[in-house]
Design a protein around this ligand. Structure first.
Ligand code: WQD
Length: 347
């Protein structure tokens, strides 16, 4: 049974990916320093799959501790790398924190991949590398633009580091996965997104407002040149994103890759506006959302959604969840969090 190391395995997309890997017959270990996650996710994974997962509480910036994990697990066949900070706004305020954590951590990890000649590597990238695209939908050949934030810059640098690494290290083949907007939660609602502090992203802002954690939410601008004036995004269910990682490992192990570093867009191909997302949430939840239209948010892209032909034809990726299921699972997860918090308070 192939062993896969998932970095950031206690995080939102990492935990969902571990579930998918386990359900597809892989064995999995995780590295997560729990600086922005908790081991609670591992409990959820084990409840969903009935399988054990070991998390090494290691900071990738600590090379010796990272290397020790590879030394203890010489049978690691693939690495899927999620562990990174990802808050756009925070990255603007604390650029060095992002460069140190996201880039230094990646370089340490790649030193281990090189030394132990790990054959397959999958990188968590983002549509943010396209900036504000001139043409949509974007393909993998659409021009990348200067990142709008240090967070986006670390994704672009990460891609460049890996492209150069793959040319110099033929023992390792790489896939870069450019996510659009991952949302929703596992249907079991045993794992989901746990934003740290006030949610920056749209869907957790919606669900926290609907459940009363936030008094109201702001729609950042409705004067954009789009069909209803609000920004357009390509929301994709986190379970669909997770499955793409399993497919990427299988694609590499079947030697189907066309280069040492192949790139895939992970989006549904459907552009949805902020107001349409809110309307869909209201329809599925029966909750009238308390929001108001505010000023535009600095750095926001006007409109972007994916051409996902490569992922569907080359990886065999098929979208299973639509916008309604994204909102339903996000809302059910939010209500589960509230139940758990109330249970703790009553104890
Ligand atoms: C979506 C739309 C906001 C909150 C970023 C990163 C991307 C990925 C996902 C990590 C925008 C609007 C949001 C709110 C709002 N990062 N919005 N009110 O900015 O497309 O992508 O997060 O995985 O790499 O770039 O996602 O969810 O923050 O915003 O109106 O309270 O919702 O203006 O138009 P974004 P988002």
């Amino acid at each position: 049974m192939s062993k896969i190391l998932v970095t950031g395995g206690c995080g939102y997309i990492g935990s969902h990916t571990i579930v998918d890997l386990l359900e597809n017959g892989f064995s999995v270990i995780s590295i997560d320093d729990n600086s922005r996650s908790t081991a609670y996710a591992i409990t959820g994974i084990e409840k969903i799959t009935g399988k054990k997962v070991k998390n090494y509480k290691v900071d990738l910036k600590n090379f010796d501790e990272t290397r020790a994990v590879f030394q203890e697990n010489p049978d690691i066949e693939g690495v899927i790398h999620f562990a990174a900070y990802k808050a756009v706004g925070e990255s603007v305020e604390e650029p060095l924190l992002y460069y140190e954590n996201n880039i230094f951590g990646l370089v340490n990890l790649m030193k281990c991949v090189q030394e132990f000649e790990v054959p397959y590597f999958v990188f968590s990238s983002s549509c943010t590398v396209y900036g504000n695209p001139d043409n949509i939908p974007v393909t993998e050949n659409s021009p990348t633009k200067r990142a709008e934030s240090p967070y986006g810059a670390t994704k672009q640098m990460g891609e460049e580091i890996l492209q150069n690494f793959s040319k110099a290290n033929p023992a390792t083949s790489i896939v870069l996965l450019r996510y659009f907007n991952p949302v929703g939660a596992h249907p079991s609602t045993l794992i989901g997104e746990l934003p740290v502090g006030r949610p920056q992203n749209l869907v957790p802002a919606i669900t926290q407002t609907a459940i009363g954690k936030l008094p109201k939410m702001m729609v950042y601008g409705n004067d954009y040149p789009t069909r209803d004036g609000s920004c357009v995004r390509d929301y994709v269910h986190v379970c669909d994103i997770a499955n793409a990682h399993t497919l990427a490992i299988q694609y590499l192990s079947a030697k189907k890759n066309t280069s040492a570093c192949d790139i895939f867009n992970l989006g549904t191909g459907n552009g949805v506006t902020v107001l349409e997302a809110i309307k869909t949430f209201e329809e599925i939840s029966g909750v009238k959302l308390n929001y108001e239209i505010g000023p535009r948010r600095e750095g926001d892209v006007v409109a972007i959604y994916a051409n996902n032909d490569l992922a569907t034809t080359q990886l065999g990726w098929h979208i299973k969840y639509g916008l309604k299921e994204m909102m339903e699972t996000a809302w059910t997860w939010e209500r589960r969090i509230k139940e758990a918090e109330e249970k703790v308070k009553s104890n």
